[in-house]
Ligand binder design. Structure first.
Ligand SMILES: [Zn+2]
Length: 288
């Protein structure tokens, strides 16, 4: 699950381990030889996020844009362990394991999910599953899809007026759909969509045209606050109460809590995925 805050957390980790490090080798299928030659010997100069995209800039002027979608993962390994075959890849999700074809391997170098490997003297950075890894000489910020992204929930200043204007161009859209449209607001995924609508007490099935102006303002002011909270709290969206223990069940208001009691009104949390395309979680009592 790669939504804006989670993507930014990953970018921070890469940044703290790789920034300024000289690249000794890069392994990527079908990498243009000119680009490869320009990357080797250069350093990682800058790592930034735009919505759910990560953009890495190398000191030689080459860019890499990554979008993890639902499956991508980045991991950092100690070079010494990597060379000795002791760098262990992340486990495959249980439901995806096929005992014959997709068993877990213990040496990351043998893992078929590896798409990109960047090797420095001390650290090895690996991306699994892609799915989008684009190297370019041109700045990806000036190209699609980044060029058309709506205001970024995690940028220093979230432009509410711009977000509102973009929202108003899609009057017929359900709000739960509109929040996932990266050209309206960038960085929100399925989890933050359900959570923000719960916090703002807005039904996910309202069309944009049905939102009261006050609801719209509460929503647009709440979005950057919630995403920043998630960013600072490892993806958590709900505050822990005093004496409450941190667990998967206490992390969120409604997300993946189908059938459980609403934290506020004790009604049963519902979910559905036909009207809204992607799974939506909500409290039918709090959100009307
Ligand atoms: Zn409720």
């Amino acid at each position: 699950m790669s939504e804006g805050p989670e993507v930014k957390i990953v970018a921070d980790k890469i940044s703290s381990s790789m920034l300024g490090k000289k690249i000794e080798d890069i392994i990527f299928k079908n990498l243009n030889i000119d680009i490869k030659n320009k990357i080797i010997g250069s350093t990682l100069k800058e790592i930034k996020t735009f919505g759910k995209n990560i953009v890495i800039k190398f000191s030689s002027g080459i860019y890499l844009r990554n979008h993890m979608m639902m499956w991508g993962k980045w991991r950092l390994y100690d070079r010494h362990k990597y060379d000795k075959g002791l760098a262990i890849p992340p486990n495959r999700a249980k439901w995806k394991r096929n005992p014959l074809l997709l068993k877990n391997v213990k040496d990351v170098r043998e893992d078929s999910r590896v798409r990109l490997t960047i090797i420095t003297k001390e650290t090895v950075l690996i991306e699994f599953n892609g799915p989008i890894l684009q190297f370019s000489i041109d700045n990806p910020l000036e190209k699609e899809p980044i060029k058309s992204l709506g205001p970024d929930c995690l940028s220093e200043i979230f432009n509410i007026d711009e977000a509102k204007m973009r929202l108003h161009t899609k009057q017929q859209l359900l709000i739960s759909e509109a929040l996932l449209d990266q050209k309206i607001i960038s960085g929100i995924g399925n989890k933050y969509k359900s959570e923000i609508l719960f916090i703002c007490k807005i039904s996910p099935f309202k069309q944009i045209s049905q939102l009261e102006p006050t609801e719209e303002n509460i929503l647009l002011e709440g979005i950057p606050k919630l995403l920043r909270y998630g960013y600072k709290n490892s993806g958590r969206t709900r505050h822990l109460l005093e004496n409450e223990k941190s667990s998967w069940n206490t992390r969120h208001w409604v997300f993946r809590r189908t059938g459980k009691e609403c934290w506020i009104c004790k009604s049963v949390i519902k979910s559905e995925k036909t009207l809204t395309n992607r799974a939506t979680f909500w409290c039918p009592n709090c959100q009307q």
